[in-house]
Write a protein that binds this ligand. Sequence first.
Ligand SMILES: [Zn+2]
Length: 318
Amino acid sequence: MTTLGTATAAPGEQATGRLTVGEARDGSAVSLPVCLINGERDGKTLYVQAVSDGDELNGLGVVQRLVPRLDPEDIAGELIIVGIVNWYGFQTAEHRNPIDDTKTNRAYPGEEDGTTTERIAHATFSAAVGADLAIDLHQGSTSRMINEVRVRCGRRHRLHRDCLDLAKTFDCGHVLDQRGPDGQLARALPDEGVPTIDPELGGCVGWNEESIRYGVRGMMNVLTDYGFLDGSVEQSEQVRANGFDQYGSPTGGLATLRPALGDDVARGDTLFEVTDTFGAVKETVTADSSGLLWRARRLPQVAQGEYVCSIATGLDSY
Ligand SMILES: [Zn+2]
């Protein structure tokens, strides 16, 4: 029997329920939607969560499609899924929790009697800590970004190889292998012995079909490769980056990117032009070093110094 909040599932059963994480301003209970899929056969435990950032809906799109495809009778082991983590941000499609202006993925492992975000982090961390593997579904917020997977424990961590293997199995084709800031789930959970990845499923407003498909495929790859489902997965080589060069605009105006997302760039290549209202070119910005166009702003209008794009650096493959 496995239990999370009001959900309870015996072997061979699936259950949905709610995990209480606090009270809203009107005194009503705040609870997260959770799903347990308890396989008929024994196996590993996978923890999955989505919408840690309230405007990142692709992960929810993945959960919505994945759960109806899974039959507990076909599964060995169990899945623990929290469908919406940042409940407060989700209500208003904001990245951060508007009650405490905090990003969930800086609050792990959380505090039982802390702020609203710390309480959510504590409740979800507690649900995840007994798992064998964990997946925290994110995206590049509403910026434009390639589909990639992040390994955040750092290269010296004892679980680094396990996290890299999990990222390779998820197989978005690109991996950022860079120690994350304090408070990230994908950094805090490996310290408890749980290999964890943070798939970043593109970046969009609302849902992006292609990114959701990457996510569903990645989840099915993990479930198959780690023995939850029968079958085998062919591993493909991943392009790995270890950091970013960020480019801001040297002038105010309208920025137009030259390379497409995912394109390789060489030192000296034009990254973007900034034009004025009437189309005259004010500045052309070139790459300081070679890399790959990983992320870019969505809107063309930029102030002087405002973020335009990120070039991934330190590329290799594994
Ligand atoms: Zn995120």
